[in-house]
Design a protein around this ligand. Structure first.
Ligand code: ZN
Length: 80
């Protein structure tokens, strides 16, 4: 499971758990991910506005799928 911190185009942030990058993409395309504040579904949101936390492997997977995201700044980085 991966936890994404998502942001709609109105600037509302909310969290969502997804099975993996594929599960996230499937739910996004199906319009099942909606902002609890304004109800805007993530399918309507520019993918560049999506921020998420994922493992290195999952990050690569998402990048391969063309989904851009930023790492949450306070996630510790390792040198390895
Ligand atoms: Zn919103």
């Amino acid at each position: 499971m991966i936890l994404f911190t998502l942001r709609c185009s109105h600037g509302h942030e909310f969290e969502g758990w997804f099975r993996d990058g594929e599960g996230f993409e499937a739910q996004q395309k199906a319009g099942e991910i909606a902002c609890p504040e304004c109800g805007q579904t993530l399918g309507e949101i520019d993918p560049h506005g999506i921020y998420g936390e994922a493992s290195e492997e999952e990050s690569r997977e998402l990048t391969d799928e063309g989904i851009s995201f930023g790492r949450i700044p306070w996630v510790p980085q390792t040198d390895s």
